[in-house]
Design a binder for this molecule. Structure first.
Ligand SMILES: Cc1ncc(COP(=O)(O)O)c(C=O)c1O
Length: 394
C-alpha cells in the first residue's frame, strides 16, 4: 500500500459516532445533512426514469439537457454560463477529487484555507501533492477571519492550486467579492489554479433570502484558471443521491486551455465513474426545475434553526459562538475544554448529544465543536441545547 494512503487520518466524526453506537437516545447533529427528505418532485422524476427503463450508460460529461439546465441555473445566479463548461459528477466530493486529479500530482503544492472539511485536504494528499495550510482565525466573538495578505504571500509561482471552501464547513466563513477579486488577480500573476468549493453557496444568510453567496464566478472571466465544485446535496436535500457538477474554464471560442481541460475531464470521468446514473440525473433536472420555489423556503427554515441554536449557545455562560453567515453549522468553543475529541465523546456517552469535534477539520479547529442546525424540528435543537447545558454544569 502507498505511504500516502497509510498516513491518511481516520474520520474523527466517525470515532465520536462510534462512541454512541447501539444507542437510540442520541440526538445526532454531527453529520452535514438535514433531517428532511428530498423533495417529492425529485424522487418522482427518478422513479419515473427507472420505470421508463433508463438503466444504461450515458455521456461522460452528463446528459446534455442537465448540462443545459445547470448552465441556465448558474446564469440565474451569476449572470453568464455556457453548458459547454459544465461537467456532471457523481457528487460534490467527486467533483473535487476530479479537480485534484486534473491539476495536482506528486510534489505539487496546494495551498488550502483551513480549517476545512477534511476531504478537501485529504484528496491532494492521496495524489501525493503537498498541502500548505493557511489558517482562518477566530476573533474575540468567535467569528472566523482570513488574513488576506498572509494567504496571498503563501501563494507563489510554485503553487499549483489554491483551494478555498466558502461558505466554509465548519466555520461558516464566507468570502467577500473584494477578497475573491484580490485572490484571482494574485493567482493570475502566479499562474495558480483556483479550486473553489461552493457547495454551500445557496445556504447563505447575508443577502435576500435565496440569494447566493459571493462566487468566484462573479469576478472571473471564462478563460481564468478556475474550477468551481458544486453539489445537489445541500441546496436540494439530495445527500444520498451523489450528484454534483464542475464548472470548468471556457472562452477562446471553444479552443484553448478551457477546451483542453474539458476534454481531459471527460477522460477522467470515464476512468473514475464513467457517468452519473441517468435516473439520478433526472432527479437533478427536477430539482433545478423547482429551485426558485424550493430553495428560498429551505434557506428560511435553516435560518430559523441557525437563529434558535445560536441564541441558545450564546446564552450559555462562557460559550463562544458567532452567527455564521453561511452554511449549516454552528462552530463554537467552550473555554477550558481544549480536547474537542474527548469532549465530543463525553457529550455522546454522558448526555446523548452528538456533535463533531473541531479537530476533525484540522489542528486549527481544536478546542471547537461543530453542530449542524439543519433540523426540521426546533424542539430537537432545544433538547440538544439542554443536554449541552447539563454537561457544562458538571
Ligand atoms: C465543504 C464541502 N464540500 C463538498 C461537500 C460534498 O458534498 P457531496 O459529496 O455530498 O456533494 C461537502 C459535504 O459535506 C462539504 O461539506
Amino acid at each position: 500500500m502507498r505511504d500516502a494512503i497509510r498516513a491518511l487520518p481516520g474520520s474523527l466524526i466517525r470515532e465520536v459516532a462510534n462512541a454512541g453506537l447501539g444507542r437510540d437516545d442520541v440526538l445526532a447533529f454531527w453529520f452535514g445533512e438535514s433531517d428532511e427528505v428530498t423533495p417529492q418532485a425529485v424522487r418522482d422524476a427518478a422513479a419515473a426514469s427507472l420505470a421508463r427503463g433508463e438503466t444504461f450508460y450515458a455521456h461522460n460529461l452528463g446528459l446534455p439537457e442537465l448540462r443545459e439546465a445547470i448552465a441556465a441555473y448558474t446564469r440565474g445566479l451569476h449572470g453568464s454560463m455556457d453548458a459547454a463548461r459544465i461537467a456532471v459528477t457523481s457528487s460534490g466530493v467527486s467533483a473535487l477529487m476530479l479537480s485534484m486529479q486534473l491539476l495536482a500530482g506528486p510534489g505539487d503544492e496546494v495551498v488550502a484555507v483551513v480549517p476545512v472539511w477534511p476531504n478537501l485536504t485529504a484528496q491532494p494528499a492521496i495524489l501525493g501533492a503537498q498541502v500548505r495550510r493557511v489558517a482562518l482565525r477566530p476573533d474575540a466573538a468567535g467569528a472566523w477571519r482570513l488574513d488576506l495578505d498572509e494567504l496571498l504571500a503563501a501563494v507563489t509561482p510554485r503553487t499549483r492550486v489554491l483551494l478555498v471552501n466558502a461558505p466554509n464547513n465548519p466555520t461558516g466563513w464566507t468570502l467577500s467579492r473584494d477578497e475573491q477579486a484580490a485572490m484571482l488577480a494574485h493567482c493570475r500573476r502566479t499562474g495558480t489554479w483556483i479550486v473553489a468549493d461552493e457547495v454551500y453557496e445557496r445556504l447563505y444568510f447575508g443577502g435576500r433570502t435565496g440569494q447566493a453567496a459571493p462566487s468566484f464566478l462573479d469576478v472571473a472571466a471564462p478563460e481564468d484558471r478556475l474550477l468551481v465544485a458544486q453539489s445537489f446535496s445541500k441546496s436540494f436535500l439530495m445527500t444520498g443521491w451523489r450528484l454534483g457538477w464542475l464548472v470548468l474554464p471556457g472562452g477562446a471560442g471553444g479552443a484553448g486551455e478551457g477546451a483542453e481541460a474539458m476534454a481531459a475531464m471527460g477522460k477522467l470521468l470515464e476512468f473514475n465513474s464513467s457517468c452519473a446514473p441517468v435516473f439520478v440525473q433526472r432527479g437533478g433536472l427536477a430539482a433545478l426545475a423547482i429551485a426558485d420555489d424550493f430553495v428560498p423556503g429551505l434557506v428560511q427554515r435553516l435560518q430559523a434553526g441557525r437563529d434558535r441554536l445560536l441564541a441558545g449557545l450564546q446564552a450559555l455562560p462562557g460559550v463562544q459562538a458567532a452567527m455564521p453567515p453561511g452554511g449549516m453549522y454552528a462552530f463554537f468553543r467552550v473555554p477550558g475544554q481544549g480536547d474537542s475529541l474527548a469532549l465530543a465523546k463525553r457529550l455522546v456517552v454522558e448526555q446523548g448529544l452528538g456533535l463533531a469535534p473541531g479537530a476533525a477539520f484540522g489542528p486549527e479547529g481544536e478546542g471547537w465543536l461543530r453542530w449542524c442546525f439543519a433540523s426540521r424540528d426546533p424542539a430537537r435543537l432545544d433538547a440538544g441545547l439542554e443536554r449541552l447545558a447539563r454537561a457544562l454544569r458538571l
